[in-house]
Write a protein that binds this ligand. Structure first.
Ligand SMILES: [Zn+2]
Length: 401
């Protein structure tokens, strides 16, 4: 969405380009070795993707990232040109359950948390950058019906859909469109992890804030969500320290940064910094982030092996879920999967990669279902399905650290 990363040749070899951190620009970047066959990749809108990732760790800002090469950029552009958000549920967004702000559509829970921390007036203007089909705009309108809302997307795919939503006054397309006026809130829900230079982008978009404006950020948290590593178009895998560094580098001040408001996500509220101009930005030290990522590689390898063993055990064979982890597992087990299983009523009855998504109650008796999720999630699923004749498998060491 922004400039390409400059790639230069190393002094010792013209065929071995020096990798630079796309967060801080440092050349103190190491390749993170992933043993075994390269992991298959899945797009953020849950479609199979050809190609493999090169993983890097920055010794300066401790960010885990994918190498942003011309090939990676071309792959991301192909994904965005055909983006089909939440296609497994015909556009309905995923639900989250049992948070401190209740259960409901993800964007609604995100916004309830935001309104809990920020005293928003009854009128104002909001821009949802990366609005897709407008789920966050719909949720926001329900909470502040008098606000004037705008959406932005790379392409015009959802222009008419978004403009038809109540409260919406404008739709902008393109990576950096020319906006009309300023905004009191700019939401960046699942945006920064896609960008080659998130700090520079944040700094530019913050110029569109009104005097007392805020930016609301939500991004996947690698620490709670190792499967994010196989998300093809996510080039940064944020943890608290790396997101904090990016916000600081953009010259913004963090009012809140939490990993506890939404499952597996980081949520931040930021505002223009006042009275601290010129302060130097120091990367946050997080020496254990590299080891944690290498552990996650081993964990995904274990899940892949266990999935293959389970698929070889007996048929019919299904995979629990219909999001990134399930789609990834199906790719890794090419041809061995008969169906997906999901408890989300918006998803059952639809398909993922041509296979049916069944509710647990409709899984053929005696089937084996592999759960590619963490142990706590697997245990909850099995407890809810304990009356059903399903043989479950999961990986006992699958516990993010
Ligand atoms: Zn860095």
């Amino acid at each position: 969405m922004s400039r390409r990363l400059p790639v230069r040749s190393s002094p010792s070899s013209t065929s071995d380009p020096v990798n630079r951190c796309h967060i801080c620009g440092s050349s103190n970047v190491d390749k993170l070795p992933q043993d075994g066959t390269p992991f298959r990749l899945v797009s953020s809108d849950v479609q199979p993707v050809d190609g493999a990732a090169e993983y890097l760790f920055c010794g300066n800002c401790s960010a885990v990232q994918k190498a942003v090469t011309p090939q990676w950029q071309a792959m991301a552009n192909r994904i965005y040109a055909n983006y089909d958000i939440n296609h497994q549920s015909l556009g309905a967004e995923p639900m989250v359950f049992d948070t401190a702000k209740g259960s409901g559509p993800r964007s609604l829970i995100l916004l309830r948390n935001f309104l809990d921390k920020v005293d928003l007036p009854e009128t104002g203007r909001l821009l949802d950058f990366g609005c897709s089909n407008g789920n966050l705009l719909k949720s926001f309108h329900g909470l502040r019906p008098a606000w004037r809302l705008s959406g932005q997307e790379l392409f015009d795919t959802w222009r008419d859909t978004v403009l038809a939503l109540p409260g919406v006054e404008a739709f902008y397309s393109g990576a950096e469109p020319s906006y009309d006026g300023t905004f009191d809130v700019i939401s960046l829900s699942h945006v920064l992890e896609h960008l080659q230079d998130p700090a520079a982008f944040l700094k530019r978009i913050a110029c569109r804030l009104s005097d007392r404006g805020r930016i609301l950020i939500a991004s996947p948290n690698l620490r709670q969500n190792p499967i994010d590593l196989v998300n093809a178009d996510h080039c940064t895998h944020f943890e608290e320290h790396s997101l904090s560094y990016v916000i600081d580098k953009a010259g913004l001040s963090t009012e809140l940064l939490s990993s506890r408001l939404l499952p597996k996500e980081l949520v931040a509220i930021v505002a223009p910094r006042r009275g601290q101009e010129g302060r130097s930005v120091q990367p946050t030290d997080s020496a254990d982030a590299k080891e944690r990522c290498l552990f996650y590689f081993r964990l995904l390898e274990e899940v892949r092996k266990a999935g293959r063993a389970a698929a070889a055990e007996k048929r019919p064979f299904g995979i629990m879920g219909s999001s990134i982890a399930a789609c990834w597992m199906n790719l890794e087990l090419a041809g061995a999967v008969d169906f997906f299983v999901d408890e989300d009523p918006d998803r059952v009855g639809h398909q993922l990669t041509g296979l049916p998504i069944l509710p647990p109650a409709e899984v053929p008796p005696g089937s084996l279902v592999f759960i590619p999720m963490s142990v706590p999630v697997a245990e909850k699923i099995m407890a809810r399905c304990r009356e059903l004749p399903i043989d479950f498998r999961f990986v006992a060491s699958n516990r993010p650290v």
